[in-house]
Design a protein around this ligand. Structure first.
Ligand code: AMP
Length: 527
């Protein structure tokens, strides 16, 4: 018997199903509509990017990049990697006086060279450095020719040391090829948006450029409620132009408007300023923070102790009960901002007041990376347990430059759509099962053509219609209609077709009326 093992969605991923997908659509349609009113255009970057884009932007040592990214190689490079493995194996047992061993080694290298030629003759690829590969391929071919020349001498003992040397040089050259994992499923999209801004010379457009995106992101985290390995984000970025506080405030206003339009309850906005990476600002603060942390080191947990050295700001993220009282006594960044950053923060708050956006100041809201600066914010929502952050955002004026673009101001946010949906469902804003406006109960073969016409004109008018594919008995049809949550049953028997007066039954109260086709449409439209 065939293997009938059942397939399941892989851990941390899930199927989004009706009726829930109707809520997803509502959320996304609302985002399109609200963001458009603020002048944002949609960008759809690819889900696959060079791994390097994320190690550079998010930071190679962060958990997201070091532990959670889904990375893989270009299959053609993986093939070369395998062939290189064979060369290595033959190299390990190489014996310069043994014809068989010498042959096996040169055959293994030959296979690698052939595959490499195929790769270089094929379509261009971003997953390897072509120029470098071409140069190394020339070196490799030269060395391999030398090896073959020596081997063809019949392996006399005086040539054997040279042959071994040549074999080693071949191995060294092979070792230079970078064949490893170079592609990644995006763990977030800000880096992609910045890459696209640079790639498409968007600095030539009127500044700032306002973009938003929505789509799946991938992180290999431990799955739990509100935390998935494939999850969805809706995000927006403002790139270029000035760093006027009004830009930060308007972005946040848009976000809160979006949440309000969705009816999200209990959304709380926390804001902070983390200054900029300078000695008279954040760096000075971090030094001071480290000093104070060293004094209380013994009272902290292992993670925080480690972070005193690696990234003291992250100690402030700690959720450990026993660390809370200690953290409350630590120096606060607001007292260490430079004058410009202090003024910027005050202006952002003032602007939020003008816009009627309520916020809490949260001095513990920080980001660990250098290019983050000034405004940071986070929104938490109800009904999510410990994973209650639905949105994180902040200013990142150094990022575009870090990725090879011109100096460019930037600010943005990312909403966790899965969590947003969960919170809406918890507060009873979930989607109802999709009903039907009309169920067409047709009986008798002669009525079928009329049933098809009725379904078409009702659907053209925008009604949701169920047209059973086979004839049903009257009772059975009504039973199915109510199971599907239909509001009306259109009863088409031979009498109705002959007279042109159709019977419409309202399933809620059981009432019935006779209507001609046009009158029926008008009646339903009025409801
Ligand atoms: P981040 O890109 O880490 O700043 O995350 C922004 C938002 O995305 C968070 O506030 C969460 O709502 C959401 N998010 C991040 N990681 C996950 C995940 N693994 N599963 C579901 N939502 C997530």
């Amino acid at each position: 018997m065939a293997n009938k093992a059942k397939f399941q969605a892989i851990r941390g991923t899930r199927d989004l199903l009706p009726p829930e997908t109707a809520l997803w659509n509502r959320v996304e349609q609302t985002a399109h509509a609200v963001f458009a009113t603020y002048g944002y255009g949609e960008i759809r970057p690819p889900i696959l990017e060079q791994k390097e884009l994320f190690s550079r932007s998010i930071g190679a040592e962060t958990d997201v990049v070091a532990k959670e990214m889904y990375i893989f190689g270009d299959p053609r490079l993986t093939r070369l990697e395998r062939l290189r493995g064979t060369v290595k194996a033959e190299g390990a047992t190489f014996w310069p006086s043994d014809v068989n061993s010498v042959d096996l080694f040169s055959m293994a290298v030959g296979k690698f060279v052939t595959a490499l030629d195929e790769l270089l003759n094929a379509e261009e690829s971003e997953s390897y450095d072509r120029e470098q590969f071409v140069r190394r391929s020339v070196d490799l071919n030269q060395e391999l020719a030398k090896f073959a020349q020596l081997a063809s001498q019949g392996l006399p003992s005086e040539f054997q040391p040279q042959l071994t040397k040549s074999k080693e040089r071949v191995e060294t050259i092979l070792g230079f090829f970078e064949l490893g994992e170079s592609l990644a499923l995006r763990p977030e999209a800000t880096a992609s948006v910045c890459r696209a801004y640079i790639e498409h010379n968007m600095q030539q457009l009127p500044q700032p450029v306002k973009l938003y995106y929505m789509g799946p992101m991938f992180r290999r985290e431990r799955p739990q409620k509100g935390r998935y390995r494939q999850f969805y984000q809706i995000g927006a970025e403002i790139l270029g132009g000035p760093d006027a506080p009004a830009i930060d405030a308007e972005l946040i206003e848009m976000l809160m408007t979006f949440f309000a339009k969705l009816g999200l309850e209990g959304a709380t906005l926390d804001i902070n300023s983390i200054g900029h990476a300078a000695d008279n600002c954040r760096r000075g603060y971090v030094a001071k923070l480290r000093e104070e942390l060293i004094k209380v080191k013994d009272k902290l947990g292992a993670d925080s102790q480690r972070r005193i050295e690696t990234n003291p700001l992250r100690v402030l993220d700690s959720k450990l009960e026993h660390e809370q009282a200690i953290i409350a006594t630590l120096p606060r960044i607001a007292d260490h901002l430079c004058d410009e950053c202090k003024a910027h923060y005050a202006a952002v708050k003032h602007d939020l007041d003008l816009r009627g956006v309520a916020y809490h100041e949260n001095w513990r809201l920080v980001r660990g990376l250098d290019y983050y600066m000034r405004t940071t914010f986070e929104i938490t929502a109800r009904g999510l347990g410990s994973q209650n952050a639905v949105c994180g955002g902040g200013r990142y004026d150094g990022l575009v430059e870090l990725l090879g673009g011109p100096p460019t101001k930037g600010i943005g946010f990312a909403i966790g759509e899965d969590r947003l949906i969960l919170s809406l469902q918890e507060s009873g804003k979930g989607a109802a099962p999709q009903g039907r406006d009309v169920y067409i109960a047709w009986m008798g073969e002669k009525t079928y053509a009329t049933a098809i016409r009725a379904a078409k004109s009702l659907r053209d008018a925008g009604f949701s219609v169920e047209l059973p594919p086979v004839e049903q008995k009257f009772g059975k049809a009504l039973e199915r209609a109510s199971k599907l949550g239909a509001r009306h049953a259109l009863i088409l028997g031979e009498n109705e077709v002959a007279s042109g007066e159709w019977t419409l039954k309202t399933l809620g109260d059981g009432s019935q009326q006779k209507l001609a086709e046009q009158a029926l449409l008008e009646y339903l439209q009025k409801l």
